[in-house]
Write a protein that binds this ligand. Structure first.
Ligand code: SAM
Length: 320
């Protein structure tokens, strides 16, 4: 049957990734409605220490964080890039809103489901807080951000989302943020720190199988949205962590030699037995790496906040 080739961005990116000599898929597509729900399960499991550690920082150090954000009690906007369900941000916003009800909160997320969930949650949990959610790619929102009125902004980039970018992409992302920021704006960014490799592997290779289903869900999404015939059971999630570089990587491994057709691309992709598809990296950092990142992209670190185990760090940056 002749099919129409839909050149959507999603289809194009899948085509590019699966045509590469080392196959890959872009992890930003993890977050359809189903993926956002699975990610919530990941955040709630005990092995995924990142959520608990960042939550502890917000619960125990909210006053210090607020003082570092703004000392003048003037109105300001909190803009969150890749907000997700806002589990941790809600705790921080509750504290900030009590001290300064003139703030506005602007969550940006590529997942419409995530923006809906966080807007609904905050409307109930912090009555009176002005929430202006936006669905879209934060790379594309950068320019718009600089055009929003000149109210000072604190940009949140939490959960060590930065770790999903390779070094070059992280630097160019920080450069774009720098260009979109005004002198009074600040950036509050989460970094997952290097630690016992077993702790890291347990977080991404969990016994409940949530991370595996999170990765496999992208194949299901390609089936559903691009008319493909991936047989999900013929792929297995595989996680590795290199303690020297601090890089964790997820792959899907093809368990047999197989062909997969993607109708909207009108193409068949071949997978060898044991062939990996690279899905996502999660970089772990040390202090020296973070300092280098900040100064290399035109920022000065104003203050660092860490949890009691020194697993996670939230760093507040201003323009140099
Ligand atoms: C790992 S979750 C983290 C959520 C939240 N920041 C936290 O710390 O719990 C990443 C979130 O970023 C969103 N996201 C990923 N890539 C994005 C992009 N390019 N533009 C906008 N949102 C994106 C996803 O939909 C998801 O909700």
């Amino acid at each position: 049957m002749q099919t129409t080739i839909q050149q959507t961005q999603f289809a194009e990116d899948v085509n590019t990734g699966l045509s590469a000599s080392h196959k890959y898929l872009n992890s930003k597509y993890f977050y359809d409605t189903h993926g956002s729900i699975i990610f919530q399960k990941i955040m709630h499991m005990p092995e995924y220490y990142l959520t608990d550690c960042e939550l502890e920082i917000f619960e125990k150090q909210a006053s210090g964080i607020y003082e570092a954000f703004r000392v003048d009690h003037q109105p300001f906007d909190v803009v969150e890039l890749g907000a997700g369900d806002g589990l941790k941000t809600t705790i921080l916003l509750m504290h900030i809103f009590k001290k300064n009800p003139k703030i506005r909160y602007m969550p940006i997320d590529i997942s419409n489901k995530a923006v809906e969930m966080i807007t609904e949650k905050l409307t109930h949990e912090i009555p009176g807080l002005e929430v202006l959610g936006k669905t879209g790619d934060y790379f594309e929102m950068m320019e718009e951000l600089s055009r929003i009125d000149k109210t000072p902004k604190v940009l949140l980039f939490l959960g060590s989302n930065i770790g999903n970018f390779n070094d070059g992409k992280a630097r160019s992302f920080l450069g774009e943020l720098h260009a979109a920021m005004n002198p009074a704006d600040k950036l509050f960014i989460g970094f997952d720190l290097k630690k016992d490799p077993r702790v890291i592997l347990d977080a991404y290779n969990d016994p409940h199988g949530y991370t595996a289903s999170f990765n496999l869900n992208l194949l299901r999404r390609i089936n559903e949205e691009l008319g493909a015939n991936f047989e999900i059971m013929k792929f297995r999630h595989h996680e590795v962590y290199d303690p020297q570089t601090g890089t964790a990587k997820s792959y899907l491994i093809s368990l047999e030699k197989q062909d997969v057709r993607i109708n909207s691309l009108d193409r068949v992709f071949h997978f060898e037995k044991w062939e990996p598809v690279f899905m996502e990296m999660s970089q772990k950092y040390d202090f020296a790496m973070i300092e280098k990142f900040a100064s290399g992209s035109g920022f000065t670190i104003e203050k660092n906040f860490t949890d009691s185990k020194n697993y996670f760090l939230n760093s507040l940056w201003k323009l140099k």
